[in-house]
Design a binder for this molecule. Structure first.
Ligand SMILES: Nc1ncnc2c1ncn2[C@@H]1O[C@H](COP(=O)(O)OP(=O)(O)OP(=O)(O)O)[C@@H](O)[C@H]1O
Length: 789
């Protein structure tokens, strides 16, 4: 029982000592500050008085007496001139930090940042002026010495070059960035607005931290400390559109007498008011443009894609057509099926013969003869469509003996793709009518792909990714790539800082390790929940409406709102994953598939093995859109498509696509590895973000413990959060979100820190965490101890 008292006593002694030190520093700082100011006004008189320091008859004009005058003489005149003002400012800040424990004040960081100028400025002033108190003796002497060594012009050049080098090295300002600022200025970037935002940020610098990359954060911190606006930093700050939402003004009905209690009526802000403010802001600054985060980004050009010698003209010779027609007619006649009309449509890989049978012939009869017809046409890949939906005719698809490659270039260049207004357009390839086929991933909303090995799955995935890269800006789309095979998606690591998303602690953005996949999927679930919360708070139903509202400056970034990019999760070889991780993978995938569409998270899952233990009922039920390349059995075809057909494809990108209704046969666009290489090189060589898009942190059940959390790096709101939790005696992140108006991430982080500090207990599933501190007194004591350590 004695121990805590002992600790408290030692702590309180330490506290007293610290406070005394703080007061001393502040006092000395103030003394010097007043002395210096006064010295600047009176130094001419006082300089002559200083010789007789102890003579009472001689009085100094300095407000701090002879000591003040002496200090001014020592530091300013004999020292470094007006640059000496840094010393009292440093001491005052240090003192205030020690007394009040202000985390925002960072005197040593200031010292570090000003070190260069403490040396440079006196020399520069000595070079430019001959006023002693500006440069001090030191400034003068060094100048004189340098003058002797390299001459006046040499000193001037040295000063200028050292300043430029300092700016380039320390603030990383390059001519490129200067050019981009000028560009921005021409877009009427309002400087005043930025200043106002800056001030707001100084009060609550952590507000924008929620989704920032670590490097961005560092830059923002520098920005605040130095109070200087380097170009790159302006670009970053601009991310935050100004949205000034007036605080609702509470009305108070005062208490009538002592026993009565005053009633505060909080006025709910009128929606029209917000609309009006937003409209004014849009009129003044224009709509928020998310693309300005990477203003110079250039989309990949068409010439990165290959042209094929055959061109895109389908070639089937007359003779082949004639032969096939005759065979079809003969074969059907052998089975007693007469034909009244036959028409051929030539596609890139197959030709469709559309047959109108004679009256009275049952369609099922033709369907049953499928294998026989295929045999007599002796071709692989005959597919019979009986009847062709909506037409009443029967289709027989026969592979061409010389299939044409559908180049990625041709589908990307097509009008259909170029002019598409879809949210996530994918140019899959060409239909049998030789038309470019474009589908919207956002509508699918998730895609399941299957196909035996070597039938074109990887090419298909590349075609999907390439389509999106040609249409979506890096600020609008992020990929989460899972590649257990470790080879297929590696090329995309080059565009990590543009298009990829990853977990905060992972090095590679492309995930090849199965345990990391589980964490990433769960992290995506957190991102999804967080986005739902944002949507709810914005009173919108989906990502598109949300971003629209954000662009119109109707959502306040101070409340965690931000422009939300689409996230596309790509899993190449799902079988591997589900075999090793089973339910752990299936559950988050199913959850995402069920819920994520509205918040712009879409899944593309590919597998070589479309067996029922890989594509389970739960997965299938949530993936209405499917792509099947050639598979080896009818059973596999049924598993992926719910019907036969994929077993009769001819491979090499021949595929069937469905969104739940009819099947469409397509020839997948061909994009070769060197083309992907060129595209990723083109994008990767451009300026990108400082890091990949960071997904929310997820700590698995066995990964990480509260001990991993460094309590010296506590959140600025740590103490407020602790008080909220202890007062409500309820350890939940959502309580913090509500009370402190925080985003999910930050509230989650706070709860983890509170756990590490022993204020709340461990995670207990759906229940709120236990609160381990019962009253305010114990909490304050604990916080005090934490602050002293
Ligand atoms: N759309 C296409 N057009 C023309 N040829 C294609 C097409 N798709 C695939 N091919 C040919 O088939 C080969 C194998 O394709 P791909 O690598 O995509 O197979 P896969 O199904 O991913 O195989 P695995 O599962 O073993 O990785 C390619 O190298 C190419 O020659």
């Amino acid at each position: 029982m004695d121990e805590p008292t002992l600790i408290t006593q030692t702590n309180s002694r330490k506290n007293v000592a610290k406070t005394i030190l703080g007061v001393l520093f502040t006092a000395i700082g103030l003394f010097l500050l007043i002395s210096f100011v006064s010295y600047l006004l009176n130094f001419q008189n006082d300089q002559s008085q200083l010789g007789d320091f102890w003579n009472r008859e001689i009085v100094a004009d300095n407000m701090m007496g002879k000591v003040g005058a002496y200090m001014g003489e020592l530091f300013i005149y004999h020292g470094i001139g007006v640059t000496a003002f840094f010393l009292p400012i440093f001491l005052i800040l240090l003192g205030l930090k020690i007394i009040f424990r202000f985390r925002q004040i960072k005197p040593f960081k200031l010292l570090y940042n000003c070190l260069f100028f403490l040396i440079w400025l006196p020399i520069a002033l000595g070079f430019a002026t001959k006023i002693g108190i500006l440069h001090g003796v030191m400034g003068f002497e060094i100048n004189d010495f340098l003058d002797m060594l390299i001459g006046k012009i040499g000193v001037g050049i040295t000063l200028l070059v050292s300043l430029i080098l300092y700016i380039v090295i320390n603030w990383r300002i390059t001519p490129d960035q200067i050019a981009s600022t000028i560009e921005k200025k021409s877009k009427n970037l309002d400087k005043d607005e930025l200043d106002i935002e800056l001030k707001e940020k100084t009060v609550e610098p952590k507000l924008t931290e929620e989704k920032e990359n670590p490097t961005d954060k560092k830059i923002t911190e520098n920005f605040l400390d130095e109070a200087i606006k380097p170009v790159e930093k302006i670009v970053l700050e601009e991310k935050k559109p100004t949205i000034v939402q007036p605080e609702p003004t509470p009305e108070i009905i005062p208490a009538k007498d002592e026993n009565d209690v005053a009633l505060t009526i909080e006025k709910v802000q009128h929606e029209d008011e917000v609309e009006k403010i937003a409209a004014d802001l849009v009129q003044k600054h224009g709509e928020y443009d998310h693309r300005l985060d990477l203003p110079k980004f250039k989309f990949p050009t068409l010439d990165l894609l290959r042209k094929y010698e055959t061109g895109d003209n389908v070639t089937v010779n007359q003779q082949e057509l004639e032969q096939n027609k005759n065979r079809i007619v003969e074969t059907l006649a052998n089975y007693g099926i007469g034909i009244s009309q036959i028409k051929a449509t030539i596609g890139p890989t197959v030709t469709l013969y559309e047959i109108v049978p004679e009256a009275g012939i049952r369609i099922s009869k033709i369907k049953n003869l499928e294998d026989d017809i295929a045999l007599s046409l002796s071709a692989l890949g005959i597919r019979i469509i009986a009847p062709i939906p909506g037409k009443g005719t029967i289709g027989i698809e026969v592979p061409n003996s010389n299939p044409t490659i559908v180049s990625m270039r041709s589908v990307i260049a097509s009008n259909k793709f170029q002019q598409s207004k879809m949210d996530l357009p994918i140019a899959f390839g060409k239909t049998i009518e030789n038309e470019t086929f474009v589908a919207d991933l956002a509508k699918m909303p998730h895609l399941l792909m299957a196909g035996a090995t070597g039938q074109g799955k990887s090419v298909g995935l590349n075609a999907i990714i390439a389509s999106l890269l040609y249409k979506k800006h890096p600020t609008e789309l992020k990929f989460v790539m899972v590649d257990p095979k470790k080879v297929e998606l590696t090329l995309y690591s080059k565009i990590e800082r543009h298009y990829l998303a990853k977990l905060p602690d992972s090095e590679d953005a492309i995930i090849t390790d199965n345990t990391k996949v589980i964490n990433t999927l769960n992290s995506l679930c957190i991102e999804m929940d967080e986005r739902y919360e944002l949507l709810k708070n914005a009173y919108v139903r989906n990502l598109k409406e949300y971003n629209e509202k954000f662009k119109n400056r109707k959502l306040n970034p101070e409340h965690g709102h931000r422009y939300l990019p689409y996230i596309v999760l790509i899993v190449d070889e799902f079988a591997d994953l589900i075999m090793t991780a089973g339910k752990e993978v299936e559950t988050p995938i199913a959850r995402l598939a069920q819920l994520a569409r509205a918040v712009g998270i879409h899944l593309i899952i590919a597998t070589q093995r479309p067996s029922v233990n890989v594509i389970t009922g739960t997965i299938k039920a949530n993936f209405p859109a499917r792509v099947a390349f050639r598979v080896t059995s009818k059973i596999d075809s049924r598993t992926i498509l719910d019907s036969a057909g994929a077993d009769q494809l001819i491979g090499k990108g021949d595929m069937l696509f469905t969104t739940g209704n009819e099947l469409v046969r397509l020839q997948c666009a061909f994009v070769d590895t060197p083309e992907v290489d060129d595209i990723t090189d083109y994008i990767g060589s451009q300026a990108g973000f400082s890091d990949a898009f960071l997904l929310p942190e997820y700590v698995g059940e066995d990964g990480g413990s509260p001990l991993d959390i460094d309590l010296s790096e506590r959140d600025a709101l740590f103490e407020d959060a602790a008080r909220v939790i202890v007062m409500a005696q309820q350890g939940s992140a959502s309580l913090l979100q509500r009370k402190l108006k925080l985003g999910y991430n930050r509230a989650g982080r706070l709860i983890d820190q509170l756990e590490a500090a022993g204020i709340v207990g461990p995670f207990e599933g759906s229940k709120a965490r236990q609160v381990l501190i019962q009253d305010d007194m114990s909490l304050e004591q604990l916080l005090d101890n934490l602050n002293q350590n």
